[in-house]
Design a protein around this ligand. Structure first.
Ligand code: GCO
Length: 255
């Protein structure tokens, strides 16, 4: 008998921002664990390409391109899933952008863009998913926070504020939805080898700082988030709610 505690067989997972980066790695990992995955992003071609790549590997995947910051687009996307008879069992709110600039140089539009993409999107997509999960008495909501959900760094204020909000939105979701059989938790990635961080990776001083500040003495690989994601998406976490799991090489645990 296979060890089914972590199996996602028969489950459908929607991962926002999953046509590339961390979201793509998480989506592939959930597919490896047996989930049928819905690949989301704003770029239709990239969504189709990523879903096809997953299908070519033998996984069950479909593209669903929509802008997670656009309320009407989010509502329409879920109505389309309803029409297609697709129930989202697992939601990973991963979509996010980074903008590095001192607070005093930020425009309100720049601030709002990061907050909308990194935080408001989790509310919009989480709300539509929960409207359907609550009556079914089942759902796994996984919000992608950050090391910055609990720590600040200069020049990334909107990202930090949004990711701090993600941590506490997760706790609020747990407070409202746990009694109905849903689990809402978060993952806090540390410094990962992603396109979003390429400028930092290529900066020798920053690279040295990350490796010195991180007990594991290295950057994280996107696929290293899969274990936490599968755990929080599976029956192994049915009594875990409102928590954040930092996957950061220990950076948040030490001074
Ligand atoms: C930065 C980085 C961080 C990363 C890190 C933590 O500019 O400091 O982009 O914000 O997101 O991986 O999540």
């Amino acid at each position: 008998m296979t060890f089914s505690l972590f199996s996602l067989e028969g489950r459908t997972a929607l991962i926002t921002g999953s046509s590339r980066g961390l979201g793509r790695s998480i989506a592939r990992g959930l597919a490896q664990a047996g989930a049928s995955v819905i690949v989301n992003g704003v770029n239709v071609e990239r969504c189709v390409e990523t879903a096809q790549a997953f299908s070519d590997e033998g996984f069950h995947a479909r593209p669903l391109a929509f802008d997670v910051t656009d309320e009407a687009a989010v509502v329409e996307a879920f109505e389309r899933l309803d029409r297609d008879g697709i129930a989202v069992d697992i939601l990973v709110n991963n979509a996010g952008i980074q903008l590095r600039k001192p607070i005093v140089e930020l425009s309100v539009l720049e601030w709002q863009s990061v907050i909308d993409t990194n935080l408001t999107s989790a509310f919009l997509v989480g709300r539509e998913a929960a409207k359907r999960m609550l009556p079914r008495g089942y759902g796994k909501v996984i919000n992608i926070g950050s090391l910055m959900s609990g720590l600040g760094r200069a020049t990334v204020a909107p990202y930090t504020a949004a990711k701090g909000g993600i941590k506490l939105l997760t706790q609020a979701m747990a407070a409202e939805w746990a009694e109905k059989g849903l689990q809402a938790n978060a993952i806090g990635p540390g410094y990962m080898l992603t396109d979003m961080n390429q400028a930092l990776i290529d900066n020798p001083q920053f690279d040295t700082w990350v490796k010195g500040r991180t007990p594991s003495r290295r950057w994280g690989r996107p696929e290293e988030l899969v274990g936490a994601a599968v755990f929080l998406a599976s029956g192994a976490s049915d009594y875990v709610n409102g928590q954040i799991i930092y996957v950061d090489g220990g950076m948040s645990a030490v001074i």
